[in-house]
Every structure is written in C-alpha cells, then in structure tokens.
Design a binder for this molecule. Sequence first.
Ligand SMILES: [Zn+2]
Length: 439
Amino acid sequence: MARNRWALWPFALVLLVAAGPAWAINIGICVNLAPNYVDAYAYQTPNTDFFDDSPVHQPAYGMWIEVYTSGNTTPFYSGWLQDDNGTNPGCTAAKNITVTSSTPYDVKVFSQMNVHNNTVDVLKRRYLTSDTFMSHKWTGVTFTTNNSYNTLSDVPDIQMSRIMAVLGFALSRHDGGLNGQLIVAYDVDHIDNPCSGGDGPACNDLDGVIWYQVDSGQTTPDITKYKSVLAHELGHRVMSDAAVNEIPSPEYLAQNVNSCTTGGGGHARNSPEYHSAAVLEGFAHFYSDATFNVVGGAGCADYSYYAIQWDLAPGGSTNTRYAYDCDGPPDPNNTNQTTGGDWLYNNCYYSPFESLAGYANEYDYERFFWDMADKEGATVAQLIDILSDANAGTAWNGPYGGDTNDVVPRLVDSATLNGWDAYPTYVWDNEITDNGVWR
Ligand SMILES: [Zn+2]
C-alpha cells in the first residue's frame, strides 16, 4: 500500500501545475460605461469638459456591483461603487475583495446607483408591465495581481447605460444639495404614453419620475441619444426635490396666444412663454449646461435642440442642429434664430414690442442662471434656494402663473435675501432691448 501511495505523487503534482497557481489575493474592481460620444466642442476646449473628442469611457458612478464565484447564485461581495466623493470614482471603495487567483468569477452591475447619498434607479418599462433593472454580467473573469484595481469596461452602449452615464455624471457634479433622495428614471416606449399630453420625448411626472421615450414613433426617436435631454430632465427633478418651498407648476399656455412664431411656438427654448414656464425650463437648460461645461471655465455651449448622435460633431451629416453659446449673446452670424440661441427680443423683433412684456423665452433665463453660476459663483444649490425663496409664501402672481413684474423682482429680492446683494446688473445680460426678460 505504501508503495502505491508514493507512486501517486508525481501524477498529483502534474495536475496541480496544469490547473495553475491558486492563492488568495485582494483586489478592487472598477467599472466603466461605454457610450461613445463627441460633442459640443464648438465653443469648448477639448478635455476641459465632459465630452472629449475621442471615445470616452465614463466611470460607473456609484453603481451597484455584485461578484459571484462562477456558477453560484449568491454573491460573495456586493456594494456600491464610489461616486466622485470617493478616492477612485467608479471603483469599489478598497482593494479588499478576497478572491482566488485561478478561480473564475462572474461580475454584475445594475442600473442602480448611489451618488452623494442619493439613490438613482434606471428602469426599463414596456407596455406598463415590466419595471426591470439593467444588469450587465461579465462571466469567467479571473484576477491574478494582488493589491490591484481591475477595470471592466464593456457595458454596452444601450439606452439604460446612456441614462446611467449622464445622470451619474450630472449628479456627481451638481447634486443641488440633495441628500437621501430617490430619483427614478424610465426608459419607456411611447406606446405607454406616460408624458402628459403624450407627445413629449421626455418629461417628469407629478410623482417625481423621469420618463425617457425611446421608440421610433417619436419625431426624435430614442431620446437617450440626446444627452441634453437626459440632463435637462434631471435638472427639473433636482430642482423640485431640493427646493424648500414648493415650486409652482409652469404654465405653458402662452404657446397659443403669442404673436411671435419664429421658433414654432410650443414649449420650445425660443418660444415666448409665461415666466413661470420660461424660468423653470431655463433652469433645467442651465443644469444641462452646468453638467457638460465647466462653470467658471472657458465658456458654455449647448444645443438649441439636440445632437442627433453623441459621436457626431455639430453640423455632421445627420446632425441638423447647431451648438449655441449659452454664456454670451446669441451668435450674430447665425441667422437661423431657432439654432442661434436668440433672446426673445431679438427673436420677436418684428412683433409689436408691447406684446413681449409678459413673456420670456427659455434662453433668457438659461443665460441668467448661467451668469449667476459662472460669473457670480452661485452653486446649483444656491440657485435653487433663490428660486425656492422667490416662491416663499405664495406662488407666482399673475394671470398665467407669473408675469414679468412679479417673477423678476421676486428673483432679485430673493437673490439679495440669499446674500447676493451685489447682484450686478450684468447678470441680467438679457435685459431690455437686448433680451426678453422684461422688467
Ligand atoms: Zn423641461
């Protein structure tokens, strides 16, 4: 018997070597999302903003991660990846996940994240029946280097990952002072018809849910390709959730009564609107600006509508819209008033001037908020405080949810109340004949 036992040893050694070395190591895991975009560099210096002019992988800010030994159904590690408050955004907090070097693992991430202590759920909903998380799974991953971070990068460029990329990034840059909030966003088919009126490509509903429509029945199919929309809707959500005083509902009826139809009317950036609509929409545009531009940096660019594809330059073959300057005045060389980002006054110069007195357009307020942030140093949270305090006690006065003589003075008073008493006139650079914010 002893002889036979000794005789087995060489065979066992060969098996051990063939299976590879196996020892416990400690690792961290990082995850990148993979939307490929190039955008908005007409007014920007590449590499200073969110969008470089080369394919960019975005850190999976705060996403939920689970690690399994392959074949198992119970994760042995789970947790949030770090947001930008962490040492390594998009990575586990530490390199302390103990694994075995030769064992294959499965790693899953979900379209749920925690950014600055706020939870964001991105869900897919079809025909009112399914609310499902995106989960992406890497199978058979092995880790070999002790005390290292391992990056997993091939989350596909799909609707939900685009939503995750923008919402995570936007919230990590400007949380508006939110803490402990739950933000829910749906990737939804138009057939579900969730937006009031049914024709909006994206909207917020009264329950605080963001809907992004992705079907081909829309004039702008798959709204998740339009980063401005993704951030704009989040801007509404952040504003509503962070405001101490309830923000009055905007009144969009002005689309039917204005005498200036240059922009096509409706709830468009350049349509004459009652101030209650223009100020809230302008804030959401500003939030998008602040997401994709550096406040206090070289300038500000946005799209008057939306880039058709994230990876096309302005004016590209399938991109029918152009960037506009959201920092300075409209581009005088851009005669297309829909795309030039024009103020209401310029946009409606041919109209009876008095007809503009009760109106503003969204560009006007967008630039106002940008100037307060860029030139005066107001944070998004402070701007929300100004908006909120302008509504303290009573909602906007006026027959249509706020008129010029109510909204603008209230904002000025509220800004002073919040410590912005210097409040120079130039922040109202859309003033009087140069703009549509008539006061
Ligand atoms: Zn909006």
